[in-house]
Design a protein around this ligand. Structure first.
Ligand code: IPE
Ligand code: IPE
Ligand code: MG
Length: 277
């Protein structure tokens, strides 16, 4: 059987095609999936109902990203700090994650999705670790979307571990300070080999990073929506991408450098415009 994402149909396929032709589809999207509890509370439901419905949002987002040709999708599912929540909620979240992996891995595999994980995986319950590692192993040769689950993850955890690994190498291989470069640090953090996110989506209207990919988000475009995660579906993903396509990513430079001619004449004209001479 041929592998690939199930294709979008009807109006959805048309919307996706329009997105592909109107601009660049971000290669890496990262999502802070927030607001499950508030979504449930608003409906007079227990927080757990929000977490369950959040799984539906994950399913729809993963499918739409695969169809659009997004290369990497990183989902912040459980942070280092989330361990501090009431024990019942933590254990429910762990069970829900286990169930979601059990229910979804087959479909992900058929859709050519490659599963990966970042975070302190050893801290997760044994059963969840096993399910996760099995899913990663089973899907490792898939060539479609790479789905990166951030579990027991935090940016500071990531950087701390990278620094420890680097310190070990310094001692073992007698490295000097010149060996410590940005590239070297990037290759020691948990997302080594994965390009930095192009677009970060945060739901529930909070304007903060909450200890997510601190190093990797240096030049990521940020899209914040007031919608709670369980209410997030592909229409809002499309909106985030449309918004992203309107941005100018300058990476510290000025607009003319991005659009101006690369020839000397162009460069000369550009310098003139800067100096006014
Ligand atoms: C996000 O929703 C899920 C996790 C952090 C695990 P929350 O559980 O944080 O829901 P709110 O933000 O309290 O509404
Ligand atoms: C961020 O949500 C973590 C995840 C989505 C997994 P939180 O609900 O933990 O973040 P804060 O506490 O509002 O910053
Ligand atoms: Mg929250």
């Amino acid at each position: 059987m041929g592998k690939g994402p199930q294709l979008a149909t009807g109006e959805d396929a048309r919307v996706q095609e329009k997105l592909r032709t109107s601009g660049e589809i971000p290669g890496h999207i990262a999502v802070i999936m927030d607001g499950n509890g508030r979504w449930a509370k608003k409906r007079g439901l227990p927080r757990t109902a929000g977490h369950s419905e959040g799984v539906e949002s994950v399913r729809d987002t993963v499918e739409a990203c695969g169809q659009l040709g997004v290369r990497y999708l990183t989902l912040y599912a459980f942070s280092t700090e989330n361990w501090k929540r009431p024990k019942e909620e933590v254990s429910l979240l762990m069970r829900l994650l286990l169930k979601a992996l059990r229910d979804e891995t087959d479909r992900l595999h058929t859709n050519n999705v490659r599963i990966q994980a970042i975070g302190d995986i050893d801290a997760l319950p044994r059963e969840l670790q096993n399910e996760l590692l099995e899913g990663i192993q089973r899907t490792k040769d898939n060539t479609g979307l790479t789905l990166i689950l951030a579990l027991s993850y935090s940016g500071r955890w990531d950087l701390t571990h990278a620094m420890r690994r680097i310190a070990r190498e310094v001692v073992e291989h007698g490295l000097t300070e010149d060996h410590i470069t940005e590239e070297m640090i990037s290759s020691h953090i948990s997302t080594a080999g994965i390009p930095d996110p192009d677009l970060l989506i945060r739901t529930s209207g909070e304007f903060r990073i909450s200890n997510f990919l601190l190093w990797q988000l240096a030049y990521t475009e940020i899209y914040i929506t007031p919608r709670f995660w369980p209410g997030f579906r592909r229409d809002e993903l499309y909106e985030a991408i449309r918004d992203y396509q309107k941005r100018e990513r300058r990476f510290g430079m000025v607009s003319e450098q991005l659009h101006g001619s690369q020839t000397e004449v162009g460069a000369g004209r550009f310098m003139k415009s800067l100096t006014g001479q």
